[in-house]
Design a protein around this ligand. Structure first.
Ligand SMILES: [Zn+2]
Length: 93
């Protein structure tokens, strides 16, 4: 009984010692923020955007840097770790 408690305490110490460095990323060698260029669905201009690779599937609206129209971004991380982005205008279904 006492021996089990000691083992549990030792385990707890080991876990707490590991905790600060135990944060893990799926792709530790890749930047989580990736810059890419897309064509605006309204004015067709090439605009630079930053993609957040930490979320596997996300959709958000960002105004075009050229014509200021709201562009719908759909960013996905594929199984192979590639980041794909689709853009469309807000009224498209
Ligand atoms: Zn535009």
């Amino acid at each position: 009984m006492v021996r089990e408690k000691l083992a549990a305490a030792a385990h707890a110490r080991a876990v707490s010692r590991l905790a600060p460095g135990s944060v893990s990323f799926r792709e530790p060698t890749l930047e989580l923020i990736q810059e890419t260029s897309v064509n605006c669905p309204y004015c067709g201009e090439l605009i630079d955007v930053l993609l957040d690779r930490s979320v596997e599937d996300q959709q958000y609206i960002e105004d075009c840097q050229v014509c200021c129209c709201p562009i719908v971004f759909h960013v996905r991380i594929t199984a192979s770790g590639r980041c794909t982005v689709e853009v469309r205008d807000e009224n498209e279904t």
